[in-house]
Each structure stands twice: as C-alpha cells, then as structure tokens.
Design a binder for this molecule. Sequence first.
Ligand code: NZQ
Ligand code: ZN
Length: 388
Amino acid sequence: MLGNFTYCNPTKLYFGKDALDGLNEELPKYGKNVLLVYGGGSIKKNGIYDKVVAILKANDKNVYEDAGVMPNPTSDKLKEGIERAKSAKADLILAVGGGSVCDYAKAVSVSVNCNDDAWDKYFIRFEDVTCDIIPVGCVLTMVGTGSEMNGGSVITNHAQKLKIGHVFGENVFPKFSILNPEFTYTLPKYQMVSGIYDIMSHILEQYFSGEDDNTSDYIMEGLLRSLIHSANIAVKNPTDYEARSNIMWIATWALNTLVAKGKTTDWEVHMLGQAVGAHTDATHGMTLAAVSMPYYRYIMPYGIKKFARYAVNVWGVNPDGKTEQQTAEQGLAAMESWMKSIGLVMNITELGATEDMLDGITESTLIMDGGYKVLDKSEIRAIYKKSL
Ligand code: NZQ
Ligand code: ZN
C-alpha cells in the first residue's frame, strides 16, 4: 500500500544538446552578482567554462569565482566558500560540475546567512535551515548523484573522519539545472562507471525495502533495465548520445525523490560506502560498488521475495524449477558479473582500506532501519571484512 505523502519538486530542468541556452532564460531572474563554483579544472579543459562565462557576461552579470571544489567536498572548503559568497554578495550560486560541486553549492547557499557553525548545525545536528538561502543553479558535467534535482548535500570532515549527507527541503533544491549529455563525454571511464553504479545503488536502496505492491518498484525495475542496457553501450562507446542521455536522465529520476514517495527505503549501502569514503577519500560510486555484494548477500534471506523478483524482472533469471533462494542467488550473481564487466571496483582494499582500519570505519557507519535487516556493529564489521 502506498503510504501518505506530499510531493513537490521545484527544480526546472533544461535537457539536451541545447540545454545551456536555458541559462539565458534563467539569469534575468536573479540579481547581478553570480558566484561561479567549480571543481579542479576539468571545465576549463573541455571548454564548458568559456561557454558559461560568455553567457554570464552577455547577461551583464558580475562574475565571482570559487574554484577548487574537490571530489567529496570538505567542511574546511565549505568555510572558504561561505566567505567568498559573503564578499561577493552573491545573488545566485551557479555550480558547474558534478555532484560534489552541486552539493557544495547547496551547503554554501544555506550557510552564508547562518550565524552558527554550518558543519555542526546541518551535518551533526541535522537542523533545518533557519536563515535566508541564496538560490542555486547547476550546470551538470558528471552524472550519478542526482544532486541536480534534489536537496542532498554531502560534506566530509577529515578531522572527525565523517562523511555525512543532509537532505534539505524543497527550498534548497536547485532552482534550475542544465543537463547536456555531451558535457559528460570527457569524463574519465573510471568516473563514468562510478556514476553508473551510484545511480544503480540509489535505485536499489529504494527498491530493497518493504514488501508492498508499490508502483515505485515497477518504475525502478524499468529504470534499472534501461540503465544496464545503456551502460553496456556507453562503456564500449562513451560518445553514444542515446546511451549517455538515457544514463543522465535515469540518474535524475533515481534520486529526485519521486520513487521514494509512499514507500520505505534502506540507504545502508550508502552509509557503508560513506564511512569508507570518510577514511579513504575514495570515489563515491566505487565505495558503494565495493561493499554492495557482501551487503546484499547478507541481507538476501531477510528479503528473499524481493530479491527473487529482482532476479526475474531485472536480470531475466528464469525461475522455473528453482526455489526462491536459487532464483535470488542467480540474480545477485548476474549483478556481480555485470559490475565486473563494466569495470567497477569490487573491494575496499583497492580503494585504500586495510584491515586495521575496519574498527574505525565501522565506528563511522550510521545504521539505518528501513532495510530488510537492521544491522548491528558486529554485522557491519563482518560486511567490511568480506569487502576487503
Ligand atoms: O573537479 P574537476 O576537475 O571538475 O573533476 C571532476 C572530479 O575529479 C571530474 N569531472 C566532472 N565532470 C567532468 C569531469 N572530468 C572530465 N569531464 C567532465 N565533464 O569528475 C570527478 C568527480 O566529480 P564529483 O563531482 O566528485 O563526482 P560525483 O558527481 O560522483 O559527486 C560525488 C559527491 O556527491 C555526493 C558524494 O558523496 C560525493 O561527495 N553525493 C551526493 C548526493 C546527493 N546530492 O543527493 C547523493 C549521492 O549518493 C552522493 O552521496
Ligand atoms: Zn550515491
């Protein structure tokens, strides 16, 4: 049964080869001062920076820059961004990059006018925003997180060895996002497949929870099949527009809050992956890939019906003459061999984790209660051990 919910997604999307033209429609809605936020320089190499700045200038904006947002943006960088946004008197924060840049822009947007320490308020105490928010717009260059159409913001605090996400409300969602699949062509393959698995994980986190007959589960099975199909094409031919555009659109759907409505969700794989990330600074999607198979194999008996359904509807396993357990196991085996075939990292050792780090990583792992089994710390440690 669908539970009660309210649904609103205020982000306006511009999608396709001409999507950047949408900036000309959006910019007049905001004041003169634009804080242009970006990462380590990929947008300068691939020409996206020049295109964006030309449009900003043509719209008579004062452009201030905040560059160097690192993958897995840090609480220290956030402090710097707050100061930059303040001194620019920013009317709009324009994030040009991947999930890290978009997440960071949102974190800055809710912190500039906040008198409290932003890390403590939002990422430790999970408090609501109580100050004025600077609007954010995104030009997406890396696909995976869904940050372009949600209120999520994940910040890493290296001193505290914590990587934590705050899911903000609709007032923090980007006001608009520009999605041109061609902007993702220059992504290194490692990042592309990491993003592909991030998408898959977002869907699975919402799928493997609850046993109701829920429309969202049917939508998610379709998204997963399209993702697997398009990923197989994109790994062979990264400039296949059809495949890259499908992947970009699936990423947005996977985490724009729609499929979670009216159902329970898990998110334990993300908690496991984020703790690995907090200790290793590894690429987000790879941390998820590295812990997924041990996690899913461990919880499978507790959600056996759903795992068998997943095997049949997503991986095409023929259930005839098999027990539910055999069907479910075949589904996970198919998933594992597909993950290997597209080049995902399948263990945390390759990401820099060692056995002596496992107690610390376990300590940093948040425990969720929406999955098929609420884990305790010893079970979490055992999953990490299997992931080495
Ligand atoms: O910094 P630059 O030089 O731009 O390079 C980036 C970065 O090194 C590069 N890149 C991006 N677009 C490119 C490109 N290189 C060449 N061509 C392009 N077109 O890719 C690298 C990774 O970028 P990043 O933004 O870090 O990746 P991603 O989009 O995966 O974002 C990861 C962050 O998002 C968080 C993660 O935890 C992590 O901190 N997440 C945010 C979520 C949300 N807002 O809802 C949910 C996710 O589960 C996730 O946790
Ligand atoms: Zn993710």
